[in-house]
Design a protein. Sequence first.
Length: 391
Amino acid sequence: MKKLMIAMIGFMGLMGLIGPMGLMTSCSPEPPLHLYDAQETTIELSVVDLDFESYWGTVMDMNTNFDLQANWYYGWDAVDIATYGEIGYTLPGVFEVRRYYTGEVPYAPHTGVIRDTIHGNSFQGMYDWGFWDMMLWNEIKTKDGVQSIVIDESSSLDSVIAYTNATMRSTRYNAPRYTHAFNAPEPLMVVYEQAIEINRNLDGFVYDEERHAWVRTLKMTLRPLTYIYLTQVILHNNKGRISSIDGNADLSGMARSTNMNTGKAGDDAITVYFNANLKKNCDKDGELVDIIGGRVLTFGICGLRANQISDPSEVKDAHRHYMDFTMQFNNGMDSTFVFDVTDQIREKYKGGVITVELDVDTISIPTRSGGSGFDAVVKETEDGGTYEFDM
């Protein structure tokens, strides 16, 4: 078996190809092609553009011009960044690379894997004649060094699964199977390309005299498999009555896992735990309001291939989606507020801004504490207990 020194260049960002399409220095095989055993191959990645406003805008609002700033009133200041991290997708600097050789048979099952890590934008490896499948995903980075995403490559080489584990926080939304909320995943961006052919005719290759390598452009698109929701509860006429929140929040009915090969979210519905904060005296179209805001990442709606559909009418969703916050009142009492945001989640199936508007004049200040242990769906509102709102 002979191995060929080539260079594969280029990446497509979320909204299109970014950077050079490849080095087209020569169209003839000069100098003559020489084959060597165990010859290294070079892959270079151009800049990946992760414009999350554009990404959300093509999905969230298909018929009008989407403006994030017109919909997101909570904001994201230096304190939020320091506490929770960047608001959107950030440019990956390191990638995990997985290559699967299928010989002369394209789309064949994977029998082995070659694992590598790209630091920067260059990668060197070896390629045999025939067909290759390739998967890349971004390095997982966290502020505290603790990673929530677990990537399972051992169960099947044809289905790499990413998932998260349960927290200690109790929840009854998805009981009895799951009685605890799950950690939110970190941003995960993946590209998976099959049947990349390297044949003896050098179809698709040109020779780069400067690097003495055969060059081919790979038009691959990097896409998120975790979807960012920005949540905001806008408190009208609060007048200091809701004084704070406990910082804990949940979003129910989301997928526990995702298939990194297919982009399909898993079928198991879980509750995702995230953090939230209360900001006072925010401007909403000229009105001063208090806003409970947060940012949560999920694997999306169960069973959905979100990147393969283009309209909310195509969304198939068997679960309801509830969002809850525990709020403290100025008399020292607290209550948990549950909001049904199912319609918004289904409309914004790739992530986006989830907004709830609450007129504090319409709710009663509790006279006893309700705590945070509650039933997900309540039939009646009890003083000091759980408030459920149909949105």
